[in-house]
Design a protein around this ligand. Structure first.
Ligand code: NCD
Length: 334
């Protein structure tokens, strides 16, 4: 039966004039508040569509090359799921040892190869700045899925979307943005790329208080703090969680990044520095949330998983919708 209201998700031509068509996503520094509103609006619609129909043909015929030089479970599989839920397909390259990279091929040449076959490339690489190098070599959009200890912009977007979906509402149920929140980042703030991107992204909002809790050798880099400090945001550093836990609205826990340490003895010193357990969470607010980009090792006890404040599994699901939105945008379909 013909329907009078056109479904915006049925296949339609690429809009080459759309703001995000053909753009790379390299750093959170490229986003402003208006961009975030747009991305989260599209992500919200993606969520609705997945709930209603599961898979739909917005990116039918499009191909994503998923190029991972470092291990990944969530980022890689959520980009695959995002592309497939939008009707597109994926070239997965996560066993780089079976690709020409082991023959000594440069990143730029690998990128130039993959863009002959794919419409968009998602890249994870151990070196900071690698996504920018890839973007320079490529004509097709590059999405940074983590470049060493540099940035992880799509994770920061999904983290911010999670905070908005979980806490960004007033008591009347209307969206209230992200004002007046205390966000406490805990753990490895030196090597954790997710917190580097998230702190920068949160600095776009008003009256957010950022607490950084870490061992002395894993403090938030000065460069990131200087950039964040330019926004309307306050930052403070601590070595213990106890004092700031009661005021915290979002506790963002990170894994100590073992693979980034130059001296394994340093890792041994700090690996178990913080462990979130149900008992200590009694001093935290009832309506706060605990987030973690995952994988976790020992920093959140599994005994806390059934607490409604444990948002880390919900956070992964929000990632699917945000990545669907980003793929649709850079391919000119949103
Ligand atoms: C993070 C990463 O790779 O930076 N994981 C992720 O993408 N979900 C965090 C980590 O590895 O600890």
């Amino acid at each position: 039966m013909p329907t009078s209201s056109p479904n915006p998700y049925l296949p339609f031509g690429e809009n080459k004039h759309a703001d995000w068509y053909g753009k790379d996503i390299i750093s959170v520094k490229q986003f402003n508040r208006k961009d975030l509103e747009y991305i989260f609006g599209v992500a919200h619609e993606m969520r609705g569509m997945v709930e209603r129909v599961g898979t739909f043909d917005l990116l039918k015929g499009k191909i994503l090359a998923n190029l991972f030089y470092e291990p990944s479970t969530r980022t890689s599989s959520s980009f695959t799921a995002a592309m497939e839920r939008l009707g597109g397909s994926v070239i997965p390259i996560n066993e780089v040892k079976y690709s020409s990279v082991t023959k000594g091929e440069s990143l730029s040449d690998t990128i130039r190869t993959l863009e002959c076959y794919a419409d968009v490339i998602v890249l994870r690489h151990p070196e900071t700045g690698s996504a920018a190098i890839a973007a320079k070599a490529a004509k097709k959009p590059i999405i940074n899925a983590g470049d060493g200890i540099g940035e992880h912009p799509t994770q920061a977007l999904l983290d911010t979307f999670t905070i908005m979906e979980e806490l960004g509402r007033s008591s009347t149920g209307t969206r209230s943005g992200l004002e007046n929140l205390t966000v406490t980042m805990l753990g490895d703030l030196k090597y954790g790329r997710t917190v580097h991107s998230l702190a920068r992204l949160l600095s776009l909002f008003d009256n957010i208080k950022l607490n950084y809790v870490s061992p002395d050798i894993l403090k938030m880099p000065k460069e990131v703090m200087d950039e964040v400090g330019a926004g309307n945001i306050s930052q403070a550093e601590y070595s213990s969680l106890e004092k700031v836990l009661p005021e915290t609205d979002v506790l963002y826990v990170t894994r100590v990044q073992k693979e980034r340490f130059e001296d394994p003895a340093d890792y041994e010193k700090v690996k178990g520095a913080y462990v979130i357990e149900p008992g200590m969470m009694k001093t935290a607010k009832q309506n706060m949330i605990v987030m973690h980009p995952l994988p976790r090792v020992t920093e959140i006890s599994m005994d806390f998983d059934d607490d409604p404040r444990a948002a880390y599994f919900r956070q992964m699901e929000y990632g699917l919708y945000v990545r669907m939105a980003l793929l649709a945008m850079v391919l000119g379909k949103a």
